[in-house]
Design a protein around this ligand. Structure first.
Ligand code: CP3
Length: 350
């Protein structure tokens, strides 16, 4: 019998396929970034978009948390706005603020600006993926932004609290809104294809702001684009994860989009979610990222509670319930990784 030591299926891929794995896998959204001193040391002061033009540097940053934490996945150092930024359509990412788009999309004639996108603009991204997968001991997760979340930046022109311009356009001109999301879905699909062809082993859709939508708005204006995205990823032959924030009211809809796994935020009751959906979906989450700032013993107790709550789901990936906060202590995150690896299986079976 082949020893699992010689040809282990990576724990991340086993969990996403809801197969028993060697250990409980763990990675952190935003694991590469400002919380790491080694990131700040190489990062410089330019926009992240400038860093992304340098595949060697982007690959180094992608691998930093893998080396430090021994997490079970690398996540590509990039951004949900990177494909559009690479196409030169007017996207910027302002440090301390976030993505901007000038002028914002307001009329059908504005859509033509997105036609400047071609997958060839993603050569630096493809090179980064090749460098990472050649060097990484663990699978690389590629990603794209959910079409609604990306659209919200293009329509608002900057990060928003209430998404009023986005909702106004959605209601005032549903045809234009649909055409925009259609186009952004094509761009996300093209970007994912580039990443998978270059070696990414799984894909996460970051739809952070989907929770701004009501159930009817999500179903009428957004769900079909996500269903298409899930199908495209399936055709590429890699597992897919759908992550969103503040979407407890969309639970049934999200679970029917066709993704292999759902990433849930820290507000969601993981045990209930796992009981309702664990037989059909792999789950990922959901330690509150703010809890990581507590004393380490408290953090570890909370992480144990998350692992216990995940037990009803056979396929489970430990993560935070949103991205790592910049003020997080890397030593605390390292302790969480060790805890998941050492105690995860036992806590999920007791
Ligand atoms: O998870 C990772 O480690 C991979 C890298 C990654 C980044 N952005 C790098 C980044 C990922 C997966 C993203 C996704 C992303 N980008 C999302 C979805 C996830 C989420 O957090 O909800 C969103 C909404 C964005 C848009 C965006 N980009 C914001 C709001 C910001 C923060 C602006 C700021 O400076 O506060 C960015 C910039 C950005 N993207 C940074 C990083 C590490 C921080 C700034 C930098 O170091 O240049």
């Amino acid at each position: 019998m082949a020893s699992p030591v010689h040809s282990p299926e990576p724990a991340l891929l086993a969990a996403l396929a809801r197969r028993p794995g060697h250990h409980v896998p763990v990675w952190f959204m935003r694991q590469a970034g400002r919380s790491l001193p080694e990131y700040r040391a190489v990062r410089g002061v330019e926009s992240i978009l400038t860093v992304l033009e340098d595949p060697e540097l982007a690959a180094t940053i992608t691998l930093q948390p893998v080396e430090r934490y021994h997490v079970d996945a690398a996540i590509l150092y990039s951004d949900i706005m990177a494909p559009l930024a690479a196409a030169g359509v007017g996207v910027d990412i302002v440090p301390g603020l976030g993505p901007t788009f000038d002028p914002p999309i307001r009329a059908r004639s504005d859509l033509a600006r997105l036609d400047r996108f071609h997958p060839e603009a993603l050569e630096a991204m493809a090179s980064t993926v090749r460098l990472v997968t050649a060097a990484s001991p663990v699978p690389l997760i590629g990603f794209a932004g959910g079409p609604f979340t990306v659209a919200s930046y293009l329509i608002e022109g900057r990060p928003s609290r209430d998404y009023s311009a986005t909702k106004r356009l959605m209601l005032a001109d549903a045809g234009l809104f649909a055409a925009l999301l259609e186009r952004l879905t094509d761009i996300a699909a093209a970007s994912i294809a580039v990443q998978v062809e270059a070696g990414a082993s799984a894909v996460q859709i970051f739809d952070s702001w989907a929770g701004a939508l009501s159930g009817p708005a999500f179903r009428d204006h957004v769900a079909r684009h996500l269903r298409r995205l899930a199908a495209v990823i399936g055709e590429l032959g890699v597992p897919s994860i759908y992550f969103s924030v503040g979407t407890a009211h969309l639970e049934a809809d999200i679970c029917e989009l066709g993704f292999d796994a759902v990433g849930i935020d820290w507000r969601v009751d993981l045990e209930g979610f796992a009981t309702r959906h664990g037989s059909r979906l792999a789950l990922q989450g959901n330690l509150d990222p703010a809890y990581v700032l507590a004393p380490v013993d408290v953090v570890l107790a909370e992480a144990r509670a998350v692992l216990t709550a995940s037990a009803p789901a056979p396929g489970y990936v430990f993560n935070l319930g949103h991205g790592v906060l910049p003020e997080s202590d890397p030593d605390v995150l390292a302790r969480v990784v060790d805890l998941v690896h050492d105690e995860g299986t036992r806590l999920r079976t007791n």
